[in-house]
Ligand binder design. Structure first.
Ligand code: SF4
Length: 211
């Protein structure tokens, strides 16, 4: 995709989504971190349902430690991989208390040292809780970047690095949410809504759904 087309691509997404937000519900960087850990291979709707019960009962590392692993499981049992996620969240809470004064660190290496936190989760937290211009490449962004020709790549890391190079600087902070929401609701995996897509003429996907 040519630089002028990339500018136009993001200008159009911005026009329809001036202030894109995550669909995960949270009220602090810690709540966001827990929600993102829970969201691996789960829907935001399912995570929000669980955290709408969990956070009023426990919304700090100490409070979740006080619940204990079994107590935490009672709130997240409906979410896939809940056993492993409960274990990771408890261990993460312990490290936050011991090493970070119970705060979520604004630092990639420190975040990635927490159990259950990989590069993608660290990128989401840095971007959404702290406003850093990071781009977490999930399945939606990977698909949109490849189909459109915006930032083709074989792995999420390749796509992330390419996006960081080609996304116009002014769009980098919000690119993450624009691309996720575009992938989730328009450029869907099975049947992309190409006829209604606002970037159809800029997109180089060869198998666009016909009008
Ligand atoms: S035209 Fe189709 S394939 Fe291209 S971005 Fe839009 S929905 Fe996705």
């Amino acid at each position: 995709m040519k630089p002028a087309d990339r500018e136009e691509f993001f200008a159009r997404l911005k026009a329809v989504m001036p202030e894109p937000q995550t669909e995960l519900e949270y009220a602090s960087p810690f709540e966001l971190l827990v929600a993102v850990i829970l969201s691996a291979q789960a829907t935001d709707v399912g995570v929000n349902k669980a955290t709408s019960r969990l956070f009023p009962a426990a919304s700090t590392p100490q409070a979740i430690l006080a619940l204990g692993e079994e107590g935490l499981k009672d709130y997240i049992r409906a979410i896939g991989l809940f056993n492993a996620k409960a274990r990771n969240i408890i261990e993460t809470c312990r490290l936050l208390v011991e090493r970070h004064g119970s705060e979520v660190p604004r630092d990639r290496a420190a975040l990635e040292a927490l159990p259950g936190v990989g590069r993608k989760t660290a990128n989401v937290v840095l971007n959404t809780a702290f406003g850093e211009p990071t781009i977490a490449v999930d399945t939606h962004i990977f698909r949109v970047a490849n189909r459109t020709g915006l930032a083709p790549g074989k792995t999420p890391l390749q796509v992330e690095q390419k996006l960081l190079r080609v996304v116009p600087a002014a769009c980098r902070k919000d690119a993450h949410h624009w691309l996720i929401l575009h992938g989730r609701y328009t450029c869907k995996a099975r049947k992309p809504a190409c006829p209604e897509c606002i970037v159809r003429d800029l997109c180089s996907f060869k198998s666009k759904t016909p009008v």
